[in-house]
Design a binder for this molecule. Structure first.
Ligand code: SF4
Length: 266
């Protein structure tokens, strides 16, 4: 499906929860958030139905995000339901890998193909300062488990203040090289002020070729991260919500006063 600027929309990012087991300083307040009630979250059946409709309209790439998707109970079952939808060429997940050691094999067996792992530092002290959790050893174990069970591709997402020439970014790049992983650098974004940049090592943030829509944790279809436009799946139904989102996709992002990274999946 094409939007009104001729961009081909083939990529769907799904936030399956607003909850997370980290408290990254650039994403979530230390005290946490007013988490969505379980009844506010789309059920797995609603998400699978949504994906079926999205694929029938031209979506071929699906990414599961959060919050942290691995804290959503039954996540392996959801991956299995989505991987059965015919027409998906690329099914991946963005995770902070804190629980990955436990989930790497079952997710792979359920049909997950690729992983993007959030890792901003390989220094234990800095990692704990950024995430407000001392979880780096668990993350390393999770990454090793994922490498061992043969995902098609594992990429590290490293959030930076400005660019890849920062000490923590150098550390992550060296670790990625040692483990044979890809790495990309994501400059810290600000939804309120509309500050964002093209991802270093990716295409995210380049509005001219933007190919994505999002499904938020509470079930809104969002044509753009840096906009407040959204259409409720529960009110309109999946196909109508997708149609309206794609038809109203802005030429470029501006800012968002209603989204948070933890409930739209970045
Ligand atoms: S700001 Fe919006 S249009 Fe631009 S790349 Fe991000 S999602 Fe796409």
């Amino acid at each position: 499906m094409k939007d009104s600027f001729g961009r081909n929309i083939t990529y769907l990012r799904i936030s399956v929860t607003d909850r997370c087991n980290l408290r990254c300083t650039y994403c979530m307040p230390e005290e946490g958030i007013d988490e969505l009630q379980h009844s506010d979250l789309l059920t797995f059946e609603e998400i699978a139905d949504f994906v079926k409709c999205a694929v029938s309209k031209g979506i071929t790439k699906v990414r599961l995000t959060g919050g942290e998707p691995l804290v959503r109970k039954g996540i392996v079952g959801l991956v299995s339901m989505i991987s059965e939808v015919e027409g998906i060429e690329d099914l991946s997940m963005t995770t902070n890998a804190v629980l990955l050691k436990q989930f790497a094999v079952p997710l792979r067996e359920a049909g997950l193909q690729r992983l993007n792992i959030s890792l901003d530092s390989v220094d234990r002290g800095n990692y704990a300062r950024i995430t407000r959790r001392d979880s780096l050893p668990a993350v390393f174990e999770g990454i090793d488990e994922a490498i061992a069970c043969g995902y098609d591709r594992i990429k590290l997402n490293c959030v930076v203040e400005r660019d890849r020439n920062e000490p923590d970014a150098f550390g992550v790049a060296a670790y990625a090289k040692k483990k044979g992983l890809d790495v990309r650098f994501i400059r810290t974004m600000n939804l309120d002020t509309g500050e964002f940049w093209v991802v270093d090592g990716g295409i995210g943030g380049d509005c001219s070729i933007c190919n994505r829509i999002r499904l938020s944790a509470r079930g809104d279809v969002l044509p753009c991260l840096f906009s407040d436009i959204g259409f409720s799946v529960r009110e309109l139904g999946s196909c109508e919500a997708i149609r309206r989102a794609v038809d109203s996709k802005p030429k470029k992002g501006t800012l968002s006063r209603t989204h948070e990274f933890y409930n739209v999946g970045g």
